[in-house]
Design a protein around this ligand. Structure first.
Ligand code: URA
Ligand code: SF4
Length: 253
């Protein structure tokens, strides 16, 4: 079979770009780090400081009055700290992970361990910062030994995630890994089948339009399977297109 050298070159370039932007290198190349910049962003959301303060207060109340003292499932017995989520109360983009791990359980902050550091790099590669998005999980307490969330735990904890999303009103969601995708999209399909296109998250209750949701591989899975990072970068590029964002090194002005 004849292989077009242009196609090979393009594939190699795409691989290198994903390697560099997502911070895992499959080939020994040294390329400059992306420089985050606000230039070229289309800020379509009108952010009224009063609205930001109101949403911040609603999130704080949900955390302090409900989540921190929650005993709705058995994970309350083994957790060190609850992990509410972190970021902009008016974020256009919300990342939803699975559940706190060891480091998150100790610190009470979402995505701060190894997988979290990779997620942070992914966010920076998109031209954003952790402070400009919101990052949370389906479960607010760590399952012992990081086992998969159980159906009754997701059922008990789900309303907190729903409430967070009602308050934040994001334009786009990224579901990191199968438990997040299955919970948000109410499906049993595998993440490999779901990723690569937008699905719709329907906020509970009658109010609220469907929110476009991109399922993709969890950063912890990417740490074990770095060959899949190109797919994640493709998914994130679709999210950036929807939000009118360009990667930092491609910005034109
Ligand atoms: N994995 C997750 O799903 N969430 C975290 O906060 C950390 C690791
Ligand atoms: Fe409550 Fe959720 Fe923690 Fe279970 S995982 S105790 S439902 S906050």
């Amino acid at each position: 079979m004849e292989v077009d050298s242009g196609t090979v070159l393009q594939a190699v370039r795409q691989q290198l770009e994903a390697d560099r932007l997502l911070g895992i290198r499959s080939v020994p190349v040294s390329l400059p780090e992306p420089v985050p910049s606000r230039a070229g962003k289309r800020d379509v959301r009108i952010v009224d400081p009063e609205v930001v303060a109101q949403k911040a207060e609603q999130l704080r109340a949900l955390d302090e009055n409900d989540v921190r003292n929650c005993t709705k499932c058995d994970l309350c017995k083994t957790r060190t700290k609850t992990v509410f989520g972190v970021g902009d109360p008016c974020a256009r983009l919300v990342f939803v992970g699975e559940a706190p791990g060891h480091d998150e359980d100790k610190q009470g902050v979402a995505f701060v361990g190894r997988a979290g550091q990779l997620l942070t790099r992914m966010i920076v590669a998109m031209g954003l910062t952790r402070e400009e998005v919101f990052i949370c999980n389906v479960l607010k307490c760590r399952p012992p030994d990081n086992r998969d969330p159980m159906a009754d735990e997701i059922l008990a904890c789900g309303p907190y995630l729903e409430r967070q999303l009602q308050i934040i009103e994001p334009e786009v969601l990224v579901a990191l890994g199968a438990p997040a995708a299955k919970t948000l999209l109410n499906t049993a399909a595998s993440i490999g089948k779901l990723r690569g296109r937008f699905h719709e998250y329907y906020p509970s209750g009658l109010a609220g339009a469907a929110v476009p949701t991109m399922p993709t591989y969890h950063p912890a899975y990417l740490l074990r399977n770095p060959g899949e990072k190109g797919k994640v970068w493709k998914d994130l590029q679709m999210v950036m297109d929807l939000l009118g964002l360009q990667p930092p090194d491609r910005k034109r002005s």
